[in-house]
Ligand binder design. Structure first.
Ligand code: GLN
Length: 489
């Protein structure tokens, strides 16, 4: 069967009796089995469970108890706990971990009747921008398998791009939804901090982590965000702000909307051709009636150092739970408790995670706390103030999602800082807690370029409108990396 291109098309297909959820689920599973060996976007594929859930979905459609999304297949990043299906977070530490409960978002998507195809590959504990740090091997970009898919939600982005799943969940601590979405030519939204529950999402840096939807179109993001968003009493940072109708305003006119272009973002490390693509996109927004003005975010250059101090500090604390005592990997025959900790953690964690744990422990240590951690928190406040100031004038801030297109695997292997610098456009919105969207905006050398729109707090709906209207007029989201007719039989 020819796989549908969007959730909207799937819902229509169910309604017109074009296919059942079982047929569709089987087709996606076949495509994964046939084509994923080249991409490596899944860590676990749930053949049996998915087909059972699809059968249930078909039954509820037949007896009239189905929701809009009942029977729609999707994939979860392997950072979300799934009862009965192992959750690895891309790490050897959790290679055999099976969670006794579902993450809130898994539960919510499940209660809509959505069908989980499997768990997607990711950078270890979500630390990375290339998906090369996964214990389960690197993920290859479906547009060019010599290139990385971005990270850390690279498995989800590659799977959506390659047509292995219509939509997927991701998590974003410093860009991990948006940057892989950009590198793989799909759409991704990092919601406002607190909009989507973090309960059951394996922690990296708790004050920055946020779950969100990934899909081909902005409309598909709205489909997934609607059930994901909303208050959860099990997450103490979950927001009680009412959720919006994410579809109601999608077609709103852009006339009267003001978009800010931060002058600091168009600096030297931005690839000239990527810049050209963004300039074209800006013209498109003007054509659609938006007003573009130059703004200033003076603390821009401080966001990377502040982010890497804060996120490393938080992860060193969060990952102290992997001690070989409670769950996860345990070394063989420890001689005493010191030996147990040391060998368990040496064996269980990969290089990049160890680098962050060392940095984080260092910046939190007495004597350095004030110089690094406290300073970084002060900078975080300034960054937040910069945006607050900008949002008195504009509805959204526009920028590239990443300074380059997807780079070659291994390119930054010897220089982690070089890789960190690629996060220059994404980390500020995590530090400030703001929502941000990435949509495909064109190509450079055959590789997709992502455009980022940052909004004010809880203005996901406004961002989705901007993204949707842009997609309607450009169609960049309808360029697919893989032939849709292959592998589903
Ligand atoms: N690339 C960033 C990092 O390595 C962001 C990761 C993320 O958002 N999870 O920390």
């Amino acid at each position: 069967m020819n796989l549908p291109n969007s959730v909207t098309e799937i819902i229509q297909g169910f309604e017109n009796g074009k296919f059942s959820s079982q047929e569709l689920t089987k087709a996606y599973l076949n495509r994964i089995d046939n084509l994923d060996p080249e991409i490596n976007s899944f860590i676990t594929v749930c053949h049996e469970r998915a087909l059972l859930d699809a059968k249930k979905a078909d039954r509820s459609r037949a007896n009239g108890s189905a929701n809009k999304l009942t029977g729609v297949p999707y994939a979860n990043k392997d950072i979300f706990c799934t009862k009965g299906v192992r959750t690895t977070s891309g790490s050897r530490m959790l290679d055999t971990f099976i969670s006794p409960y579902d993450a809130t978002i898994v539960e919510r998507l499940g209660s809509q009747g959505m069908v989980m195809l499997g768990k997607t590959n990711m950078d270890e504990f979500a630390m990375g921008s290339s998906n090369e740090t996964s214990f389960y091997g690197q993920v290859n970009n479906p547009w060019n398998t010599n290139c990385v898919p971005g990270g850390s939600s690279g498995g989800s982005a590659a799977a959506v791009s390659a047509g292995f799943t219509p939509v997927a969940t991701g998590s974003d601590t410093g860009g991990s939804i948006r940057q892989p979405a950009a590198f793989c030519g799909i759409s991704g939204l990092k919601p406002t901090y607190g909009r989507v529950s973090r309960y059951g999402m394996i922690a990296f840096a708790s004050s920055l982590d946020q779950a969100g939807p990934m899909g081909r179109s902005v409309e598909d993001l709205a489909h997934l965000l609607a059930p994901m968003a909303g208050y959860d009493s099990r997450d103490s940072t979950s927001s009680m702000v009412k959720t919006e109708d994410y579809f109601g305003n999608l077609e709103d006119e852009l006339k009267g909307k003001t978009i800010g272009l931060p002058k600091e973002y168009f600096s030297t490390n931005l690839d000239r051709q990527v810049e050209g693509v963004i300039e074209e996109a800006i013209k498109e927004f003007e054509k659609l009636g938006a007003n573009i003005i130059e703004i200033s975010l003076p603390t821009t250059s401080l966001s990377i150092p502040a982010y890497y101090v804060i996120s490393s500090a938080e992860c060193s604390s969060n990952l102290s739970r992997y001690d070989g005592v409670r769950y996860g990997h345990r070394c063989e025959l420890p001689t005493d408790i010191e030996d147990l900790y040391k060998r368990t953690r040496s064996e269980g964690f990969g290089e990049e995670v160890k680098r962050r744990l060392l940095t984080g422990t260092y910046v939190l240590s007495s004597g350095y706390y004030d110089a690094y951690y406290r300073k970084a928190q002060q900078i975080r406040r300034l960054i937040k103030d910069d945006f607050a100031n900008a949002f008195t004038q504009v509805d959204a801030v526009i920028s590239p999602t990443a300074p380059t297109t997807a780079f070659k695997a291994g390119e930054h292997q010897d220089n982690p800082v070089e890789m960190y610098l690629g996060d220059c456009f994404t980390v500020a919105s995590n530090l400030a807690g703001l929502p941000a969207l990435s949509v495909p905006a064109g190509f450079v050398g055959g590789m997709p370029v992502g455009l980022q729109l940052i909004g004010s707090y809880f203005q996901e709906s406004k961002l989705l409108t901007l993204g949707h209207m842009f997609q309607k007029s450009t169609g960049w989201h309808q360029h697919f990396s893989r032939d849709e007719s292959k592998g589903a039989q």
